[in-house]
Design a protein around this ligand. Structure first.
Ligand SMILES: [Zn+2]
Length: 431
């Protein structure tokens, strides 16, 4: 560890506009040394000089919700491609989900993930572990052992926990250990076989619908269990106005819940399904324009705690099946910031400070981690953003194995130009 730290080059990012949770600090040289932020406008020689004129330097993003498909589903994604996609998107830390094959319900798997990721020099990996053994919804996993191995969150994400008593016991156990429980809140018997949002469009297309009520009912149950157990419960990917209103009621009642929204639920609607393209098939489903507007409003009112991408890669072959058969999920971690910057910030709907908070301090607060800033002594996890240059989304150039995107060809600005993790350049965008 000491040797590795010594080997980190002293780096200066010349002429960057520095922005962090404390504010916009103007244009300075940002110095990084020994894996941490050293200070601004310092003297001396650098091992590495980076020309950052015209770019914003800000703490690398944190994502509490990614599917890296390891172990066992490496045809969809692996640690090199998944963590490579993360740094290409400007993320320095990600929390990986446990719905793999085998599931992450064994401390040895958690330890392997942490050790393997640490060798790659890409984004930092903090794994989540399964709530129930095998994600079967029957028996609790051994959270103490999983936490000791490095797990930072407990979740059966991908599969809703149908049994409320099991959810209660999971929350009681996790609360003792100070672990966050994350939910995939969709009431399974109400959601049934829905492949898209239940509404006018699903009726017109004749496709089985998944109503927003299925989300709202389960969010309310999960929030009530948080309140009764005192467990910190993170409500993942809230997608609907009804769901967000349930969250607001839970917060008013003092439930210790946090809430996440995704880039796709903020930018797409169920109208996209008219093309019958399974790339738009996600769970929870894309909702109506009024839901999207409500999510953006909730975000501006401070109800939403953080953004989570729910980056969910699949093979092209799987996504080329018909809408009824194709799996749920889409890759988005490489476009998350430029997409939201272009659609929400550049259009004046959301401030840059708010968007950054949702991707930096917000997820840190959710996880109980130190909020990232550019202050001296903080980890040198920094992203350089180009807020002006425009470029189209090019899925063929994704680091992710999932080389398709709902936003393919869309011209965006706000692309990460480089991402540094622990003071080392983990990603540089090709010019
Ligand atoms: Zn989920």
């Amino acid at each position: 560890m000491t040797e590795a730290s010594n080997a980190v080059p002293r780096t200066v990012l010349r002429g960057a506009r520095l922005i962090d949770a404390r504010g916009d600090h103007g244009v300075h040289d940002l110095w990084l040394a020994a894996g941490t932020v050293e200070g601004v406008d310092l003297d001396g020689s650098a091992d590495l000089e980076v020309d950052a004129h015209g770019l914003v330097a800000t703490p690398a993003f944190l994502d509490p919700h990614v599917h890296l498909r390891v172990p066992g589903q490496e045809e969809k994604e692996d640690l090199v491609t998944g963590l490579g996609a993360a740094v290409a998107g400007g993320f320095g830390t990600v929390v990986s989900m446990a719905n793999t094959s085998p599931t992450v319900d064994d401390p040895a798997i958690v330890a392997d993930l942490v050790a393997h990721a640490a060798r790659l020099g890409l984004a930092r990996l903090r794994p989540a572990a399964a709530l129930s053994v095998g994600l079967a919804g029957e028996r609790l996993a051994d959270y103490a052992a999983l936490q000791a191995a490095g797990a930072v969150m407990i979740t059966d994400d991908g599969i809703p926990v149908a049994d409320a008593h099991l959810q209660r016991r999971a929350c009681e156990y996790a609360a003792e250990l100070g672990l966050v429980v994350q939910t995939h809140s969709e009431e399974p018997s109400l959601r049934q076989g829905g492949v898209m949002h239940e509404g006018r469009v699903s009726h017109e297309l004749g496709l089985p619908g998944n109503p927003a009520e299925a989300e709202a009912v389960m969010l309310y149950r999960d929030g009530m269990i948080a309140r009764m157990t005192g467990c910190r419960v993170h409500l993942a990917h809230v997608s609907s106005e009804l769901g967000m209103r349930a969250v607001e009621a839970l917060k008013e009642l003092g439930a210790p819940v946090t809430v996440e929204v995704t880039p796709h639920h903020l930018t797409l609607t169920d109208e996209a399904l008219r093309a019958f393209d399974p790339v738009f098939k996600v769970a929870p489903p894309l909702r109506e324009a009024s839901d999207v507007a409500y999510l953006i409003d909730a975000l501006n009112r401070g109800v939403v705690d953080c953004l989570g991408t729910d980056h969910a890669p699949h093979t092209r072959a799987e996504k080329d099946r018909d809408l009824l058969e194709a799996p749920f999920g889409l890759p988005n971690i490489e476009v998350a910031f430029p997409l939201l910057y272009t659609r929400l910030v550049a259009t004046g709907q959301v401030t840059l400070a708010r968007l950054l908070d949702l991707m930096q301090a917000g997820p840190a607060r959710v996880m109980g981690w130190t909020e990232p800033t550019l202050e001296a002594g903080m980890p040198a996890d920094v992203v350089l953003l180009d807020l002006d240059a425009e470029a189209p989304v090019d899925p063929a150039a994704f680091a992710s194995k999932a080389k398709f995107s709902p936003w393919a060809g869309e011209v965006l600005k706000g692309w990460p130009r480089a991402t540094l993790v622990g003071g080392r350049v983990a990603y540089e965008r090709p010019r």
